[in-house]
Design a protein around this ligand. Sequence first.
Ligand SMILES: CC(C)(COP(=O)(O)OP(=O)(O)OC[C@H]1O[C@@H](n2cnc3c(N)ncnc32)[C@H](O)[C@@H]1OP(=O)(O)O)[C@@H](O)C(=O)NCCC(=O)NCCS
Length: 139
Amino acid sequence: MSEIQIEQIRDDLTWRIRHEAMYPDLPLEAVKLEDDSEGTHFGLYAGDQLSTVVSIFSEGTTYRFRKFATAVDAQGKGYGTALLKHIIEYVTFMGAKMLWCNARVSAAGFYERFGFVKTNKISRNYNIDFVIMELQLDN
Ligand SMILES: CC(C)(COP(=O)(O)OP(=O)(O)OC[C@H]1O[C@@H](n2cnc3c(N)ncnc32)[C@H](O)[C@@H]1OP(=O)(O)O)[C@@H](O)C(=O)NCCC(=O)NCCS
C-alpha cells in the first residue's frame, strides 16, 4: 500500500473526486456546495495521489460531514476507513457532541461499522435513497 497522509485541503480540490465517485453523470457544478467555502475539507493522499475526500460543517457542537468519496480506482483499499477515523478524532478534539451525515442507504453498512446509527429521517434525491445517520461522541 502507498504511504498515506491526511491533510486539510482547499474546497476546490474535493470536486473532481466527488464528481467521479458520486455523480459522474451530472455536470461538475452539481457536486459543488453553496457553503463549501465555510467547510473544513480533508483529503487522504496515497503516495502523491489525492484518493479520498470529505467535507465537514459545524453548527455549535453538532458536526456534519458531506461528500465523502474515494476515487473509483482507489476504493476498497482502506482509505475511506482511515479518513473517517481521522475526522471522528478531529471533531471529537474540536468538542463535537455529535457527528451526522445524510448517508446513501447503499453506504449505511459502512458507517454502522463506526457506530453511526440510522435515524428515521429518509429522503430521495437524484433517484438515490438517503438516511440520516448519527454518531454520539463523548464530549
Ligand atoms: C463509501 C466510500 C467513501 C468508502 O471508501 P473506501 O475507500 O472504498 O472504503 P474502505 O476501503 O475503507 O472500505 C472499508 C470496508 O468497507 C466496505 N465498504 C465500502 N463501501 C461500502 C458500502 N457502500 N457499504 C458497505 N460496506 C462498504 C469495504 O468493502 C471494506 O470492507 P472490508 O474491510 O471488509 O474489505 C467509497 O466506497 C465511495 O466513494 N463510494 C461512492 C460514493 C459514496 O457512496 N459515498 C458515500 C456517500 S454517503
